[in-house]
Design a protein around this ligand. Sequence first.
Ligand code: ACM
Ligand code: ZN
Length: 392
Amino acid sequence: MFAYRGFMLDSVRHMQSIEEIKKLIDAISLLGFNKFHWHLTDDQGWRFESERFPVLNSVAAVRPYSDFGKTRDNNPYGRVYTKAEMREIVAYCAERGIDVIPEIDMPGHTSALLSAFPSLSCTGEAVKIKTHQGIFKDVLCLAKEETFEFITAIIDEFLGIFPGEYFHIGGDEAPSEHWKNCPDCQRYMKEHGIESYAEYQNSFMNRIIDYLESKNRHCIVWNEAAKGRNLDKRAIVQYWKENPKPTVKFLNEGGKAILSPFSYCYMDYDYNITPLNRVYSLKAELTGLTEEGKKNIIGLEGTVWTEYITENRQLEKLLFPRIIAVSKIALGENNKPYKDFVADVRDIRKQLNGIAFCDEKSWTKPRISTVYGWLKFVKDHYSIEYIKEQLF
Ligand code: ACM
Ligand code: ZN
């Protein structure tokens, strides 16, 4: 059984009501999860109410419209969760033995933040909050002391709401284009003898890790951060995709990690792509680990990203029953043959009365369905114009 049994919810791309989040918390607590990772900031919105920086609540929280591929909505979207609402979630989780892990994604996925504070970017020019999915080149300028001061100040505000041991500081998908062209970033790299952008990113992440450690909090970072060899060993790497070697090296050298390989643990994909049988087949390990390295995997996390998820029923059907398979693996209760597991799922479903489940006929698929699933995914979510725009 893993000590860390996590569930991540993206409340940025689409939000959920406090009632819906509580309903999900009830369900995951029954399944044995003990960590709720709450993704609260991203390119398409900022969801944490700030007293110190109210412009986050107005500018950074609201995008002018939503254009996630084929699902377009012309209305302005988004607000922050109030401090009272977030405290309510923290208390609700605590009563059920679940710690809340807030995430401030940095230094990439920061367009919403930069739309309110353009001075934290390399160019200082206006940045637009994003209305569609993707990886964007608007990132924090890591050489400006103002960036460190702002981030630590907002972290202090988060710490007033979230008392848990862990804090997620992102670290994924941060393009280096602006850093390459920024005199401040270039000077900083030269002065500190930093040769790669992965290490440059970590020079900043390490300062944040150090800051949070001084407050007795441990930082979780997405696995891109492990690419820079200088990542502070006190961080916990969340492995989600690409070459596992940097994460394996980090583990073998004494760092810790949690696993969320996306093709098993990301619950926003269609059942054709990631059927229940595939999730249940996950081996929570990475190749190349020493005996010591194996012990450093402390957990497993199922995630749900909400670019395409606008309704509670749709969200629940994507999660259930697949999140049950994640819980069984995290608990080390995945030794039963798949058909016996499915029988258990039917029983658990009865206890999760009120939760919408995916229709049983879609739970189990042959491997080949993944190919069809990906084609359908592209067809459902992307217009020809959008694909052309991305490719050319
Ligand atoms: C991620 O899915 N970008 C961590
Ligand atoms: Zn810069």
